[in-house]
Design a protein around this ligand. Structure first.
Ligand code: HEM
Length: 120
């Protein structure tokens, strides 16, 4: 694993890579424990585009159940999506998405749980 691929992003850190940030043009997408760089598809994930809701988010559950709804997307202080309780249909959909994303986009990191003990 390269250094880049071993970079750990909490969901809070991932948020800044949503295409709306003046300090970075990167658009990242969290999925099944990995972080994909989807910057080459601003037509999907860029500001104002259909799938911008997924930019900077862990979209594992949303893709598995085929929804754009916010309630399928964990918040910044949540842990990454736990897929162990996914139904067979959700696992199948997840695997199909994983296949699609992994042939198209580089993995630049992994998703990590929020670091404890840093709250004021
Ligand atoms: C009326 C419903 C929908 C239609 C007609 C539709 C259609 C499309 C089309 C035509 C593409 C582009 C495919 C390509 O050029 O590679 C696309 C991409 C995509 N769709 Fe949908 N879509 C719909 C609903 C949804 C929903 C509900 C989700 C939520 C999971 C979703 C997630 C995505 C994602 C993530 C991509 C981009 C994938 C990538 O990065 O290659 N779509 N959709």
């Amino acid at each position: 694993m390269s250094d880049e691929q071993s970079r750990v992003f909490t969901l809070e850190e991932l948020r800044k890579y949503n295409g709306h940030n003046d300090t970075t043009p990167l658009i990242l997408l969290g999925f099944n424990g990995k972080v994909y760089d989807v910057s080459t598809s601003p037509q999907f994930y860029g500001p104002g585009k259909s799938y911008n809701v997924f930019a900077g988010r862990d979209c594992t559950k949303a893709l598995a159940v085929n929804t754009l709804k916010e309630d399928a997307l964990p918040g910044p202080n949540d842990s990454p999506v736990d897929t162990s309780e996914f139904t067979d249909a959700e696992k199948l959909a997840m695997n199909n998405w994983e296949q699609r994303l992994s042939v198209k986009y580089p993995v630049v990191g992994v998703l990590g749980a929020p670091v404890m003990g840093t709250l004021e």
